[in-house]
Design a protein around this ligand. Structure first.
Ligand SMILES: Nc1ncnc2c1ncn2[C@@H]1O[C@H](COP(=O)(O)OP(=O)(O)OP(=O)(O)O)[C@@H](O)[C@H]1O
Ligand SMILES: [Mg+2]
Length: 405
């Protein structure tokens, strides 16, 4: 295994008893009287996203971090990248670091790709002259060509991540942190990234990678760390850990995110759904955000007057909203081929929780179901404009109270 080669080498990263909590929840006062007695204060519950996490990463190691959705992987990487501060414990970075975390972080939407390269690379510690020297190589690696002059808000998520990766890899970091996002690139780009990772390792550099791709962890990492509800469950040989993790996850499948199921005659189908914030695909956003749901559809033969609708429901099954294109008179005479339909919501009022999206395409009368996709996608809403966690939506309450006679 890799780490043995590095017995002489130093430590690239130390994570020492790191605990990170979020305030996520306040108890509902059981009566108004009690509420007033508490002074109207919200009572928060501390949620442990990471609990007492410790490990060292040696120079030259490639570490894969795996774990179920919400297990704390991104929180851990954000703590490493100093975007979040742990409540307890300490993280020491001994090496020049670059981090590729969420899509959308790090880039300025209105600026061109070119300007963002300069901005981003200088934040990562590169001088202007050096950036100029490297610029062509960065553009070349990104494969963006002339798009480098367009504002990044016009980029697809794939283009976005190509540029972010090209910058991160070209600032010569000795330690690179990557959270999943490479998965949005196409196969060619992923292959290019893997080649870069191999170079990176040969040069004795250190990589910490969050991924849901078992193959990458098995074939590429020296070591796997399995996070389970914020705690390190296993740390060691990637093949063993990935196997055990996969088995555990398959066993637990019914508890998290039900399988997508489809019914209907299939003449036209939703092939894929995306949730977009500022044009960037996400699976989590804040309440109060402007969000677009994109339905990609395909119809081999013309379909008359198809009506698209979406349902946003709580995990308990309550439908929060069910808009359709028919409500707004947006029904074409017929559709054929492929394309997408967007439905946008301004300032989403959903309270922090996990939700599920169902989609449907029907005929005009809505009796004839072409395609019903149950559990097309799950997504999380986190606290934004409101801290409410009960109910389904916020109605933007204002409270007042008086006491005495
Ligand atoms: N800013 C925040 N406020 C409140 N809770 C948060 C915040 N960030 C993360 N959490 C919660 O902390 C837990 C861990 O989240 P994290 O994003 O680290 O998980 P993850 O392992 O990266 O999951 P995924 O595989 O879905 O990316 C989740 O329950 C999440 O809802
Ligand atoms: Mg994550």
């Amino acid at each position: 295994m890799g780490p043995l080669l590095n017995s002489q080498a130093g430590t690239a990263l130390t994570v020492d008893n790191v605990t990170k909590t979020f305030r996520i929840h306040h108890e509902r006062a059981s009566s108004l009287k009690q509420y007033i007695a508490s002074g109207g204060r919200n009572r928060y519950e501390e949620f442990f996203a990471l609990r007492d996490v410790s490990f060292d990463v040696a120079e030259g190691e490639a570490v894969g971090i795996i774990g179920h959705n919400g297990s704390g992987k991104s929180t851990l990487l954000k703590c490493m990248a100093k975007i979040l501060t742990p409540n307890q414990g300490r993280i020491e970075i001994h090496k020049k670091m670059a981090a590729l975390l969420e899509l959308g972080a790090g880039f300025h939407q209105e600026l061109s790709g070119r300007d963002n390269v300069f901005l981003n690379a200088s934040i990562l510690g590169m001088g202007r002259k050096e950036i100029t020297t490297r610029f062509d190589e960065i553009v070349e690696f990104s494969g963006l060509g002339d798009f480098i002059e367009s504002p990044v808000k016009t980029y697809s998520s794939g283009m976005y991540v190509r540029l972010a990766f090209a910058v991160a890899i070209n600032v010569d970091p000795e330690l690179l942190l990557i959270d999943e996002i490479l998965a949005v690139g196409d196969v060619t780009f992923q292959k290019k990234c893997m080649e870069k990772f191999v170079d990176f390792r040969t040069q004795g550099r250190t990589l910490v990678l969050v991924t849901h791709d078992a193959y990458t962890v098995r074939e590429f990492c020296d070591r796997a760390i399995w996070l389970d509800h914020g705690v390190v469950r296993r740390d060691g040989d990637p093949a063993d850990i990935v196997d055990e993790y996969t088995e555990t996850m398959l066993g637990a499948e019914t508890t998290d995110g039900a399988e997508a199921t489809r019914r209907g005659d299939g003449r036209i189908q939703v092939t894929r759904t995306e949730l977009l914030v500022g044009g960037i695909p996400v699976d989590r956003f804040r309440n109060g955000d402007d969000v677009t749901i994109r339905l990609h559809w395909e119809a081999p033969e013309p379909v008359a007057q198809p009506v698209f609708s979406v349902t946003i429901a709580s995990l308990a099954g309550a439908a929060v909203t069910e808009p359709s294109t028919r409500d707004v008179g947006m029904v074409p005479e017929s559709l054929v081929g492929s394309g997408h339909v967007d439905v946008s919501f301004a300032a989403v009022p959903l309270v922090a929780s996990r939700y599920v999206l169902h989609t449907e395409i029907t005929g005009w009368g809505r009796q004839q179901v072409y395609d019903h996709l149950q559990n097309a996608q799950t997504f999380d809403v986190i606290a934004g404009v409101t801290n409410e966690t009960h109910g389904l939506v916020t109605m933007h309450p204002t409270w007042s109270a008086s006491s005495g006679t």
